[in-house]
Design a protein around this ligand. Structure first.
Ligand SMILES: NC(=O)c1ccc[n+]([C@@H]2O[C@H](COP(=O)([O-])OP(=O)(O)OC[C@H]3O[C@@H](n4cnc5c(N)ncnc54)[C@H](O)[C@@H]3O)[C@@H](O)[C@H]2O)c1
Length: 182
């Protein structure tokens, strides 16, 4: 039986490439994106549900319909400079949005999440190369908005048996080698 992944932010840059990678690996892929910063045309490996992660009713309906085995969570605002100028929208969209998403998942009995965190949670490097054990000390609201989510996921794991992995990757660049995505 094919497994199903719900990719939040799947119409964005990293999310759309991951949709392709999941589909290539044999998963059913469903994208949830509010298209605030994504591209409808980038959603090619399964249905697009136009919805905001903060819309609990909408997200719950998607979870009940597709019953995903995993939520791959990429939906976020992701500009450091913008987060310094207007931190409220980062804590609202990223942090509150993720709490709403996790609560919808809990209500729907969906307990596995792959979280797209960020290298910005490390802050100024104390040593290089930076590895997973490097201390996390963000220096901007974007980094904090993601690091709080990492903590939230740890707590949800302990209390509600939600299993998660947080990927703190560095800046991605480039296009799809097959030329299917920019
Ligand atoms: N691009 C990088 O190099 C990089 C590096 C590390 C981590 N990340 C993380 O990866 C993720 C994707 O980054 P990206 O560069 O592809 O950004 P992007 O802006 O291209 O994609 C983000 C997607 O999320 C959607 N979105 C935003 N808020 C939403 C909400 N409230 N509800 C539903 N959809 C929403 C946008 O419409 C967009 O399609 C982000 O979480 C970002 O923090 C990116």
């Amino acid at each position: 039986m094919k497994k199903t992944v719900l990719v939040t932010g799947g119409a964005g840059y990293v999310g759309s490439h991951c949709c392709k990678a999941f589909a290539t690996a044999g998963w059913n892929v469903v994208t949830l994106d509010n298209l605030s910063r994504g591209w409808r045309d980038a959603v090619r490996w399964g249905p697009l549900v136009e919805c905001d992660i903060r819309n609990s009713t909408g997200v719950r309906a998607v979870l009940d319909t597709y019953k995903p085995d995993l939520v791959a969570h990429f939906a976020a605002l992701a500009y450091v400079g913008e987060s310094v100028a207007d931190p409220a929208i980062y804590y609202d969209n990223n942090t509150r949005g993720t709490l709403a998403l996790l609560e919808s998942m809990r209500a729907a009995g969906c307990s596995r999440v792959l979280f797209s965190s960020t290298c910005a949670s490390y802050g100024v490097p104390k040593h290089t190369p930076i590895d997973e054990t490097h201390p996390q000390a963000p220096i901007n609201p974007y980094g904090w908005s993601k690091m709080i989510i990492e903590r939230m996921l740890e707590d949800f794991g302990r209390a509600y048996e939600m299993s998660s992995v947080s990927l703190r990757y560095f800046n991605a660049a480039g296009c799809d080698p097959d030329g299917e995505l920019g």
